[in-house]
Write a protein that binds this ligand. Structure first.
Ligand SMILES: NC(=O)c1ccc[n+]([C@@H]2O[C@H](COP(=O)([O-])OP(=O)(O)OC[C@H]3O[C@@H](n4cnc5c(N)ncnc54)[C@H](OP(=O)(O)O)[C@@H]3O)[C@@H](O)[C@H]2O)c1
Length: 241
C-alpha cells in the first residue's frame, strides 16, 4: 500500500495512539490527515496537512457530517475506543460495558458503512481497524472490552471479503499494551511506546500485511494463537488484577 501522498482519516486522534498516528502518518508521507476527535479544538494544529474534524463515532449524525466533509479519504483508521477496565460480571452497572460496545463495535461499524463507498474504487484504499490482542481471547477484568473487540474482529473478517472486489483492503491491527491513558491501570505490566506502535502499523500497511501485530507482546500472542488457539485464554489468566 502506498502511504506517500495518501489522505488519511484517524478517529480518536486527540490523544493516545490516535494522536501519535497523526504525527507518524505525516512522517511516512501522508498528504493530508483528517484528525478526528469528539472536540475538534483538541486537535487544532498549525500544520496545514492536518485538518481537524469533529467526530463522535457513537453519533450517526456526526459520522454523516464527517463523511460529507471528507470525500477524498484513501485510508480510514478506526482507532477511537473505550475501555471500562472493570470486571463485567461484578460491575454494579453495565453502562460502561455498553459504551464499549457502542464505541468499539457499533462506532467502528458506522464508520465502515459511511466510508466504504467513499473508498470504493480508490487505488490503494484501506480500512484499518485497531483491535486488540483481546479480540483473540478474553482478558480477565476486560471481558466486555474483549467482547467488543472480538465482535469488531469478526466484522472485519466479513467486511474484508465483502470489499475485496472493490479494491479496498481491510486491515486488522492487534496491539498489546500501549503506553497511553487507556492502559494506565496496567502500567506495571509493561507497555509499549505509542510512537513505536504507530511506526509498526504504518510499516505493516506499507508491506500490505492484512494482520498487524505491532509490538513484542502482540507478536508473542500471535505466535501462541497460531500454535494453540484454544490455549490462548490461559495465557491471560492472572495477567491483570
Ligand atoms: N492502550 C492499550 O494498551 C491498547 C491495547 C490494545 C489496543 N488498543 C487500542 O488502540 C486504540 C487507541 O487506544 P489508546 O490507547 O490510544 O486509548 P486512549 O488513550 O484511551 O484514547 C482513546 C481515544 O478514543 C477516543 N474516543 C472514545 N470514544 C469516542 C467516541 N465515541 N467518538 C470519538 N472518539 C472517541 C478518545 O477521545 P476522548 O478524549 O474524547 O475520550 C481518545 O481520543 C483503541 O482502539 C484501543 O482499543 C489499545
Amino acid at each position: 500500500m502506498t502511504l506517500e501522498g495518501a489522505t488519511i482519516l484517524i478517529t480518536g486522534s486527540n490523544r493516545g495512539l490516535g494522536r501519535t498516528l497523526v504525527g507518524a502518518g505525516l512522517e511516512v508521507g501522508a498528504k493530508k490527515i483528517y484528525a478526528a476527535a469528539r472536540c475538534s479544538a483538541d486537535v487544532a494544529n498549525d500544520d496545514p496537512r492536518i485538518v481537524p474534524i469533529e467526530l463522535d463515532v457513537c453519533d450517526p449524525a456526526s459520522i454523516e457530517r464527517a463523511r460529507a466533509t471528507c470525500g477524498d479519504v484513501d485510508i480510514l483508521i478506526n482507532n477511537a475506543a473505550s475501555l471500562a477496565n472493570a470486571s463485567t460480571y461484578r460491575a454494579k452497572a453495565l453502562a460502561p460495558a455498553r459504551t464499549e460496545m457502542e464505541t468499539n463495535f457499533w462506532g467502528l461499524v458506522g464508520m465502515c458503512r459511511a466510508f466504504a463507498p467513499v473508498l470504493e474504487g480508490r487505488e490503494g484504499s484501506a480500512i484499518v481497524n485497531i483491535l486488540s490482542m483481546g479480540a483473540l481471547a478474553g482478558i480477565p477484568f476486560c471481558g466486555s472490552y474483549c467482547a467488543s473487540k472480538a465482535a469488531a474482529w469478526s466484522f472485519t473478517q466479513a467486511l474484508r471479503l465483502e470489499l475485496a472486489a472493490s479494491g479496498t483492503a481491510v486491515v486488522a491491527v492487534f496491539p498489546g499494551p500501549i503506553a497511553t491513558e487507556m492502559a494506565r491501570p496496567h502500567e506495571r505490566e509493561g507497555r509499549w511506546p505509542a510512537e513505536e506502535v504507530a511506526r509498526a502499523i504504518y510499516e505493516g500497511l506499507a508491506r500490505g500485511d492484512p494482520h498487524i501485530f505491532p509490538d513484542p507482546v502482540a507478536q508473542s500472542v500471535a505466535a501462541s494463537y497460531a500454535a494453540d488457539p484454544w490455549g490462548l485464554p490461559t495465557r491471560f489468566a492472572g495477567s491483570i488484577d
